[in-house]
Write a protein that binds this ligand. Structure first.
Ligand code: SAH
Length: 247
């Protein structure tokens, strides 16, 4: 009987050892693979925030903090990763682009983001602008017309742990009526004119930022503010965005 017990203990002991080895290997893998990867971009990301964003006058600390946090390199195609924090828009497939970091910061600053806000974004693209917003405001709603891009952004942002971003595949011209009105709306594709449904879905006191103008040329970045049912428009100057398309 004693012999039997010893035998079963022995088996139990060797099982634990194997598990230990597996756990150790896994930890070593995490340490050597993931840690250097996240650190690798920390310095360039910090440089980006300092030289491209803060140096150009974005003083809102919550925006700077969000830009320090969101891993832009994980939202661009793998072959673009090394350029992720450069002062450039980058291709993200399907003929679309992720906006230059400064443009994202500038448009975010224009809506004066606050924690309590519910913000609508038209043109999910890579999901970068949505992630920046999600770091700052309570609820983000984002619509993308190209299904493959919308699905990829949702997958990437889910993986990064964002739980306050709501995704929709469809024509952003119509906005997201069931969830409106919104405290702010950011449109990241160039429209020929401001879509009326978006104006309707803007809250009293709300702000909308939208590039308006001919496709393929320079457009004007417009800031619309709704007060007492009236729309005040400020033209902030020329920008270049990919076209706003319709289904
Ligand atoms: N905000 C994005 C920028 C993407 S570029 C980012 O941070 O990466 C603009 C996006 O708008 C493109 O992906 C394009 O497919 C999308 N788009 C163009 N017209 C649209 C429409 N009518 N509704 C929704 N998305 C649209």
């Amino acid at each position: 009987m004693n012999g039997k017990i010893l035998k079963s203990r022995k088996i139990h002991y060797s099982k634990v050892k194997i598990t230990d080895i597996i756990v150790m290997k896994y930890l070593a893998f995490l340490f050597f693979f993931f840690l250097p990867q996240t650190d690798q971009y920390k310095a360039v990301k910090e440089q980006m925030v300092k030289n491209q964003i803060a140096a150009r006058g974005i003083a809102n600390q919550t925006i700077l903090e969000a830009m320090r946090k969101v891993p832009r390199h994980l939202l661009v195609p793998e072959d673009q990763r090394e350029y992720a924090y450069e002062d450039l828009p980058l291709p993200i497939g399907e003929g679309q682009t992720i906006s230059q970091p400064y443009v994202v910061a500038y448009m975010t600053d224009l809506i004066t983001p606050k924690k309590y806000m519910k913000v609508l974004e038209i043109g999910t693209g890579s999901g970068y602008q949505a992630a920046i917003l999600a770091e700052i405001v309570e609820e983000v709603y984002t619509i993308e017309i190209v299904e493959s891009l919308g699905k990829r952004a949702k997958k990437d942002l889910d993986n990064l742990g964002y739980t306050n971003i709501n995704f929709r595949i469809g024509d952003g011209y119509l906005g997201w009526k069931e969830q409106g009105p919104f405290d702010a709306i950011i449109v990241t594709a160039a429209a020929e004119k401001v879509p009326q449904p978006l104006i309707d879905q803007l809250k009293e006191g709300g702000k909308m930022v939208i590039p308006v103008g001919p496709q393929g040329k320079l457009q004007d970045l417009l800031l619309l503010e709704k007060s007492n049912g009236q729309i005040k428009i400020t033209n902030l100057g020329p920008v270049r965005f990919v076209p706003f398309t319709r289904k």
